[in-house]
Design a protein around this ligand. Structure first.
Ligand SMILES: *[C@@H]1O[C@H](CO)[C@@H](O)[C@H](O)[C@H]1NC(C)=O
Ligand SMILES: *[C@@H]1O[C@H](CO)[C@@H](O)[C@H](O)[C@H]1NC(C)=O
Ligand SMILES: *[C@@H]1O[C@H](CO)[C@@H](O)[C@H](O)[C@H]1NC(C)=O
Ligand SMILES: *[C@@H]1O[C@H](CO)[C@@H](O)[C@H](O)[C@H]1NC(C)=O
Ligand SMILES: *[C@@H]1O[C@H](CO)[C@@H](O)[C@H](O)[C@H]1NC(C)=O
Ligand SMILES: *[C@@H]1O[C@H](CO)[C@@H](O)[C@H](O)[C@H]1NC(C)=O
Length: 398
């Protein structure tokens, strides 16, 4: 057994060195490394959403349980978090600051949602770490809407998933308003509860994940028509994370977070044809129970890829892990999987955000932000990713 471990290490090291020297002109002593660093945020129970302020070295992170906005400064070269400052947002510490999203229509400004105050804010985060964010615009969620959670800007409109049942009707809604004229708004009745809202780039249709009721709502914002697309229970449940992607990945991609008994390592795609197509992770230990909560585009010049985030949020049977997947040439199945297990298991990881050369992950339960960083290699070329999908190497390692 020990001999086998030693032998496979030797093979792995030899293969790693060969890969590095074939692809990069590095010295024979250069080591390929992959590291995760955890950064401690202010202690509170719910470290939620985060987003980079475009063209700056600031990341804004929301902590919902005390309604604080954390402004984090990144080192401009290494992207490492170097300092933070926190600011209370909303009426009081029960305002439940949750969503954060950059505005394109107002460059430099950021959207925030206050779930308990029923408000969306457009704020100027300020030029330096200690400058207090200034509120530029407030949008009150009209009745019967209740509880704005995640929010997004799509074209000329701001969208928010209203997570809480209406006090008036007991129903759930998706809110959409013209950015420049919020009296021009629509509330679309949805299932329980709308989370991510994204536009399919070819058709302009809007897709909304609904977690508890495990369905995706399609909205034609021109006609006002909506349609429910239930997730077949045979593939999994609890649709949460969603992104809109262009290029080879064109369409919306979404993840299934699973249930109290674990996840199914399944994520899906809806393209211009409007059909749901499902993909599954292959790794029998880490992939099969993955509860995929969030997703990000990981495509590079080498090809299309996705970052998936498995979380223990719904079940301790699901690992806290960051997973990079690649596809076969026809994009019909998963071809490569790189697993990065999080340092703190049961951290209930929540969101993934790729920066220029590093990747950030928020850990809901442990008020930390983790950063993944490679040296002398890049994501997807980390050897164990090939080991997991290449039987030749397993055979060689005996
Ligand atoms: C990354 O690799 C370079 C070249 O081998 C080395 O000089 C540097 O110290 C490494 N950085 C870290 C953080 O290990
Ligand atoms: C926050 O304000 C609301 C409404 O005035 C109130 O019901 C709640 O108790 C306040 N919470 C705290 C922590 O002060
Ligand atoms: C931060 O910005 C504020 C307001 O713009 C300014 O008064 C303050 O001097 C700035 N601080 C630093 C360290 O630049
Ligand atoms: C704002 O939207 C409302 C509702 O659609 C509309 O009646 C009003 O004319 C709009 N105002 C402007 C300035 O466009
Ligand atoms: C959305 O509705 C409009 C108005 O009815 C219609 O012209 C358009 O084709 C619809 N879009 C899609 C992608 O079905
Ligand atoms: C698997 O690994 C072998 C040995 O390193 C390599 O020659 C081969 O191209 C790999 N196959 C795939 C499909 O990556």
């Amino acid at each position: 057994m020990l001999y086998h471990v030693f032998k496979s290490l030797v093979v792995a090291l030899a293969f790693g060195a060969a890969t590095a020297s074939a692809k990069n002109p590095v010295s024979s002593n250069a080591l390929v490394s992959r590291r995760l660093t955890e950064y401690l945020m202010p202690v509170t129970t719910e470290t939620h959403e985060f987003a980079r302020v475009p063209n700056t070295n600031f990341v804004l992170l929301t902590q919902m349980s005390d309604s604080e906005l954390i402004k984090i400064e990144l080192d401009p070269t290494t992207e490492e978090p170097i300092a933070y400052h926190s600011f209370p947002m909303g009426r009081n510490s029960s305002s439940m600051l949750h969503g954060v999203w950059p505005s394109s229509k107002y460059p430099g400004l950021m959207w925030l949602s206050l779930q308990a105050d029923n408000k969306l804010l457009l704020v100027d985060p300020g030029k330096n770490l200690s400058s207090v964010p200034k509120i530029k615009k407030t949008i009150d969620i009209p009745k019967p809407g209740n509880g704005p959670h995640c929010l997004f800007e799509i074209g000329n409109r701001v969208w928010a998933g209203l997570k809480v049942a209406s006090k008036q009707t007991g129903q759930y809604y998706v809110f959409s308003a013209d950015i420049h004229n919020s009296t021009d708004y629509t509330l679309y009745q949805s299932l329980k509860s709308p989370v991510f809202i994204k536009e399919e780039p070819t058709t302009g249709l809007i897709y909304v994940t609904q977690d508890s009721d495990s369905s995706i709502m399609r909205i034609n914002a021109t006609s006002g028509e909506t349609k429910q697309m239930p997730i077949p229970p045979s593939v999994g449940n609890n649709a949460v994370g969603m992104i809109s992607a262009s290029g080879p990945l064109s369409g919306v991609w979404f993840t299934l977070a699973g249930s109290a008994t674990g996840g199914t390592g399944t994520f899906g795609h809806i393209g211009a044809d409007g059909k749901m197509k499902f993909f599954s992770l292959q790794h029998e230990i880490l992939g099969a129970n993955a509860g995929l909560l969030h997703i990000a585009d990981a495509s590079t010049a080498a090809g299309p890829a996705l970052w998936l985030l498995s979380t223990s949020l719904l079940s301790n049977n699901s690992p806290d892990a960051l997973i990079r997947v690649t596809f076969d040439s026809s994009l019909s199945s998963v071809a490569g999987e790189e697993y990065i297990s999080m340092q703190t298991q049961n951290a209930k990881v929540h969101r993934v955000l790729p920066l220029d050369s590093t990747v950030l992950v928020s850990e809901l339960n442990t008020f930390t932000l983790a950063q993944l960083k490679y040296n002398n290699t890049v994501a997807g070329r980390w050897l164990p990713a090939e080991l997991a999908s290449n039987t030749t190497v397993y055979t060689e390692a005996g």
